[in-house]
Each structure stands twice: as C-alpha cells, then as structure tokens.
Ligand binder design. Structure first.
Ligand SMILES: Nc1ncnc2c1ncn2[C@@H]1O[C@H](COP(=O)(O)OP(=O)(O)OP(=O)(O)O)[C@@H](O)[C@H]1O
Length: 257
C-alpha cells in the first residue's frame, strides 16, 4: 500500500492504485505495485528512486503513453483508461507537453517551427504575445530560424521546453531532461522549468536521477520497488541525496555489513 496525497490541492495529474506488470510467468515484473500519487496543479514535482524502481513506468502511465495493468491514471478529472486511442492521442496533444532526454526535435524544421508544432498539429492559432514571452523566457529569439543541428544540446533542450509549453498544456512531463547536458546547460534548463511553473502557474512532473536536479522542484516523490515510499517538500540536494542513499539496495547492503 502506498497512498500519500497532497490534501486540499487540485491535482493536474494522478494515478490511483496503479499496478503495471510487464511479462508473465518466471519473467513477470511488477514495475508499479499499487502506487497512488497526485501531481498538484501549479507545482514542479520530481520523481526519484533507485534504478528500476518504476520512475519511467509511472511517468509513461500517468502521461497516457502506456496503459496500467490495473488502477487508474487521470489528467485533471479525465480517466485515461476510459478513452479510446483517438481520444487519448488528442488528449496527449492538447493537454500534455513532453520533454525527453534526447530532445526529440524535428531536424528539418526551424526552431520556430519546432516550437509551434503542437499548435500546428492541433490546428490552433498561436497566441502571439504568449508565444513571444515563451521565446524570450527560453532565450532563443536570435536562433528562431536555425535548425536544431545548428544548436548546442542546452539550446536544443530549451527549444524542447518551449515546445512543451507552447500549447498551454495542463501538465508537462519531463523524462531526465538534463541527462544529456553538461551541468551548466542542465542548470539553465532546470531553472527554466522552475521559473515557468512559478511565473505561469503551469505544472511540471520530472523524472530524474540527480539530487541537484530534483532540488529545483517544489516537491520530490520517491519510489522504491514499484511503490511510493516518501515525498519531501522544498527539497535540498543534501536531503534528497540522503533519502536516495537510504533507498538504494547497494547502500542498504553496505550499511548492513
Ligand atoms: N517494456 C518492459 N518490459 C519488461 N520489463 C520492463 C519494461 N519496462 C520496464 N521494465 C521493468 O520494470 C521495472 C521498472 O522500470 P522503469 O524503467 O520504470 O524504472 P526506472 O526507475 O525508471 O529505472 P531507471 O532509473 O534505471 O531508468 C524494471 O525492473 C524494468 O526492468
């Protein structure tokens, strides 16, 4: 059982009694083993835990990229399991933004075209002033007509962040967004995510291995063996690192000998 919820705050996304089983028989893996967790609206939440604890699985299921074996995943009040493939695709397009470790920009499109891609796909006219503010926030005004291949990794990830927020999604899911960046570029991307949440009231959920990255969030939720084991508000790198050490099986073995 792992039910830790944030009383009194609306959830932008949540999973309830989430179970995800991969494979069967001898090779069965319970990647999520009864997780209930909410991601409060207007906040930046990090998901941490040892390797294999279920972080990516939780994020993919919460974002409707993968289905749960049992339990439910909701965006706002919409239960994703009630949607057919077409509606799920539309919901992901209109209400969710994604930032991936590998940037996933389209190489043939310019920076400007990559940023407005979600709006173009949805057939929505961009709100020029909001888009302008976003371009200024990510510091890419002088690169708008470049292709991704002409940008540094940090710049490409800032384009990906702008793209993720361009359609005013209910929630942006970021999967190891600093995993391919040096620490300075990573810091810029994390500050950008945090500032965007605080400035615009948007919601970000980020999977990370890095306690310094997690400390940019308002709150960190911890998984271990497919279960939710803790959540810490106003995290610092040291507090997150200590909690991670207590969860990592290698550290637990070390402490026992
Ligand atoms: N497609 C899959 N098929 C079978 N098992 C899977 C699959 N995806 C994940 N798993 C297993 O589910 C468990 C949780 O994996 P998951 O990738 O969610 O963990 P994680 O915490 O994100 O790990 P890491 O930090 O190493 O990326 C692991 O034991 C993993 O091997």
């Amino acid at each position: 059982m792992s039910t830790l919820t944030q009383a009194g705050t609306a959830a932008a996304a949540r999973v309830v009694d989430a179970v995800k089983v991969y494979g069967g028989g001898d090779t069965e893996v319970r990647a999520l083993d009864g997780v209930s967790v909410d991601f409060p609206a207007g906040r930046f939440t990090a998901i941490m835990g040892p390797s294999g604890s279920g972080k990516s699985t939780l994020m993919h299921c919460a974002a409707g990229l993968d289905g749960l074996t049992s339990g439910s995943a909701l965006i706002g009040d919409t239960d994703l399991s009630a949607l057919d493939d077409r509606r799920l695709t539309l919901l992901r397009r209109e209400r969710i933004g994604f930032v991936f470790q590998a940037f996933n920009l389209l190489p043939t499109l310019t920076v400007a075209e990559n940023i407005t891609l979600p709006l173009d796909l949805a057939g929505t006219a961009p709100d020029r002033s909001r888009l302008d503010a976003l371009i200024d926030a990510v510091g890419l005004r002088d690169r708008l007509h470049h292709r991704p291949g002409e940008l540094s990794g940090g710049q490409q990830q800032r384009v990906a962040v702008a793209r993720a927020f361009a359609g005013s999604p209910d929630v942006v899911f970021a999967d190891e967004p600093t995993g391919n960046l040096d620490s300075r570029s990573g810091e810029e991307v994390l500050r950008l995510l945090g500032d965007t949440v605080r400035r615009t009231g948007r919601t970000v959920v980020m999977v990370t291995h890095d306690p310094v990255a997690a400390a940019h969030a308002d709150e960190v939720v911890f998984l271990a063996d497919g279960r939710l084991v803790d959540r810490i508000e106003r995290p610092t790198p040291d507090v997150v690192l200590d909690r991670m050490k207590s969860l990592d099986p290698r550290d637990r073995r070390g402490a026992a000998t």
